[in-house]
Each structure stands twice: as structure tokens, then as C-alpha cells.
Design a protein around this ligand. Structure first.
Ligand SMILES: *Cc1c(COP(=O)(O)O)cnc(C)c1O
Length: 394
């Protein structure tokens, strides 16, 4: 006999999904109404304007794609690229690799600008690639690389793209809500995010935003977008400003209630306050981890507060540590990916999960399991350093 599925109550401090605010979980349970119901349409408009706030943009084409962050990524590439186009992809981790894959599946050519995992995208390398490829149409990069915990300089990279007559595609999946995203100030053309990282909403929705320049490029296409579902001209007819909305697909009604609630929570806290909270808790966690002898992969000035990537000490069975944290503490932290697999842990401090209680809990439990495996750590050192940091900031 199959039973009701009752998930355990975990603390999610990995690369996503992050802990979902209970206010958002209860929003999900509100009654489903029709996706063309006037009240639902009014809520869609509020979601759009709250997304403009979160993205800091006036772009009219700002809306949630009804699928996870990966679909937002695909929406940007399939709409802006046509077969035969050229795109420069900056790769410094897992997600840049997926961008390249998207470019090629559009029948376009990808020019790779590569930086080491754990380093930000080097603007000088991008400038060189732009000079070498004057026919490039698009520049794509990841603002917050979740596989390595590094932040790249989005303002500079978008400016370089615009100066060279390229459209910029920016992955802001992990950034929105955790660090500043400023689409208009950057002059970014196509930006996508996700609900399950610092927005602390359930997974499955991808907010996107397109500039006027990007819309003009979409309207000037000579070929149809190869994806019917992600074709922005069709999606616009459904999410557009005009009151006559054309049926395109059935919106995930309750998931959009959840997104509405999560954006409302962000608006009530305020963007600056949310970024400051991520910064404070990150610095306390970093003080604690470093006091325990763990070292960060990323140089301090490029670290993402919402994703802390630290090297695993020699002689430690890293998978056993994660398993013990999950089983005994209901605490999830992330493993390394690609060249960092088996070498690092990725500790998320995203959205609702980014608080002092979780920082102290994570340090205490990690210290205990590491000491049980024989790590040479002074008992209480991590927590003491983190508490001292919090006290210094009061
Ligand atoms: C999580 C993530 C994605 C993909 O989002 P999904 O919701 O898992 O599809 C894309 N880019 C980055 C940087 C991410 O962290």
C-alpha cells in the first residue's frame, strides 16, 4: 500500500531549493481559480510589477515563465538567436556550459570565453573576444555562478556587450533577492531568474525580463522561434498589458500565488535590507568556517553571500559528512560539481534560510561531524567566531 508522502522537515542550506517561507506554503493552499479569471489576471499584473521591483527595471516585458530557471535560460537563447548567429558565452562554471549548449541547439555558433572555476569572468577576455568577433550578436554570462560561489561584474560585462552592439543575456537565477540585480542600470537585455534560490519560493517558475532592444531583435527575426512554448511573442499575448488575453497555456495558478507571496515578502523587507541580511549572515558564517580551518575557494571580493564554497579538509569523507548532516541533523548542504566534485562543499544562505539561527546550527553540526571523523578542530571555535561577528555588528 502506498502511503501519504510526508517529507521530513529539513533545513535547506545547499545550492537550492532553499527553505520556503511558511507564508508561501500557505499561499499555495489557497483555492485554485481559473487562469483567465479577472481576479487572477489582476494578480498576474501585481506579480509583473513586483518582478520589475526585484529586477530593478521598467522593462514592460517582465514576467514569470511557467517552468524552472533552466526554461528561463532557454527562453532567452531561443528568442534572441537564429540559426547562423554567433554568441559569445563566458564560462566559469557549470551554468556557462549550459549556455553554450543552448546556443548550439539554436543552430548558432558559440565563442567561449573561459575563466577558471572559482574566478569571476574577466572583462578583458570578453573585450578581446568582442574585438575578434565583430559579427557576434549576443554576449551571455552568469552573474552568480552557483557551482563555484563567484559573482561576476554584470554592469561592466553588459556595458561591453552594448558598446559592441551585442545583446546581453544574464543568468540571475541565484542573484535576485540575495545581491543587487539592476537590469536598467546595467543596460542588460535579457535576464532570467528562478524562484527556488533567494526568493525562497517553491521551484518551478522562472522570472524573465527583456529590454526594448531585445524585443526589437525578437520582432526582427526572419525565422520562427523553434520552441512554441517559449516563443515570447506568444507568451506576451497571454501575459501582455492588453485586457484581451489569448490562451497560450494554463498558468500554474497556485505556484503563482506562491510567487506573489514571495515577492510581497521581498517588497515588505525591502531589497537593500534583504541584501544586507545576506551580507551579515554570510560574514558570520565565513568567520565561523574559517575559525574551523576551512578555506574559501573564491577571493573575498567576488564571494556570493548566498553561496559559500569551502574546501574539504584532507582525509575527510565528504559524502559521509553530508549524509550524517542530513540524517542526524535534517540539514542539507551541497556537494561540489564538475572539477570541484569531491573537493568542496557548497553552503547556501538563500532567502528565508539566511538567518542567524541557521548559521549557528550549521557551524555547530558541521563541527561535530567533522570532529567525529577526526578533524583537528577546537570545540566551539566556529560558533564563537560567528557569535563574535554578530556581536560586533550590533
Ligand atoms: C539553479 C540555477 C539554474 C537552473 O535553475 P532550475 O530552477 O534548476 O532550472 C540556472 N542558473 C543558475 C546560476 C542556477 O543556480
Amino acid at each position: 500500500m502506498t502511503n501519504v508522502f510526508n517529507p521530513p522537515a529539513r533545513t535547506l542550506m545547499g545550492p537550492g531549493p532553499s527553505d520556503v517561507n511558511p507564508r508561501i506554503l500557505s499561499a499555495l493552499a489557497r483555492p485554485t481559480i481559473g487562469h483567465l479569471d479577472p481576479q487572477f489576471v489582476a494578480m498576474m499584473d501585481e506579480v509583473k510589477s513586483m518582478l520589475q521591483y526585484a529586477f530593478q527595471t521598467k522593462n514592460a516585458l517582465t514576467l514569470p515563465v511557467s517552468a524552472p530557471g533552466s526554461a528561463g535560460m532557454e527562453a532567452c537563447f531561443v528568442n534572441l538567436l537564429e540559426p547562423g548567429d554567433k554568441a559569445i558565452v563566458c564560462q566559469n562554471g557549470v551554468f556557462g556550459g549550459r549556455m553554450k549548449e543552448n546556443v548550439e541547439r539554436c543552430g548558432a555558433t558559440a565563442i567561449l570565453v573561459q575563466d577558471d572555476w572559482g574566478k569571476p569572468v574577466d572583462p578583458a577576455k570578453l573585450a578581446q573576444a568582442l574585438a575578434d568577433n565583430p559579427d557576434a550578436k549576443v554576449v551571455a554570462f552568469v552573474h552568480a555562478e552557483t557551482s563555484t560561489g563567484v559573482r561576476s561584474d554584470a554592469a561592466t560585462l553588459c556595458k561591453l556587450a552594448a558598446e559592441n552592439n551585442c545583446l546581453s543575456i544574464v543568468d540571475a537565477v541565484t542573484s535576485v533577492g540575495g545581491i543587487e540585480v539592476a537590469i536598467d542600470a546595467w543596460g542588460a537585455d535579457a535576464v532570467y531568474s528562478g524562484t527556488q534560490k533567494c526568493l525562497s519560493c517553491v521551484p518551478g517558475i522562472s522570472p524573465v525580463s527583456f529590454s526594448e532592444r531585445a524585443i526589437a531583435a525578437i520582432k526582427n527575426r526572419t525565422t520562427k522561434v523553434q520552441s512554441w512554448f517559449l516563443d515570447m511573442e506568444l507568451v506576451m499575448g497571454y501575459w501582455g498589458q492588453n485586457t484581451q488575453r489569448a490562451y497560450h497555456h494554463t498558468a500554474p495558478v497556485n505556484t503563482l500565488y506562491a510567487l506573489h507571496e514571495s515577492l510581497l515578502i521581498l517588497e515588505q523587507e525591502g531589497l537593500e535590507a534583504a541584501w544586507a541580511r545576506h551580507d551579515l549572515n554570510h560574514k558570520a558564517l565565513a568567520a565561523g568556517l574559517e575559525a574551523m580551518g576551512l578555506s574559501f575557494v573564491v577571493d573575498e571580493e567576488y564571494r556570493l553571500p548566498q553561496l559559500n564554497v569551502v574546501t574539504i579538509p584532507d582525509g575527510i569523507d565528504e559524502a559521509a559528512i553530508r549524509q550524517s548532516l542530513l540524517q542526524d541533523y535534517n540539514l542539507e548542504i551541497g556537494a561540489g560539481l564538475g572539477p570541484l566534485a569531491g573537493k568542496v562543499w557548497r553552503i547556501g544562505l538563500m532567502g528565508y534560510a539566511c538567518n542567524q539561527t541557521n548559521v549557528l546550527f550549521c557551524l555547530a553540526s558541521l563541527e561535530q561531524v567533522l570532529r567525529e571523523q577526526g578533524a583537528d578542530i577546537v570545540a566551539g571555535s566556529g560558533q564563537s567566531a560567528a557569535r563574535a561577528y554578530y556581536q560586533s555588528q550590533q
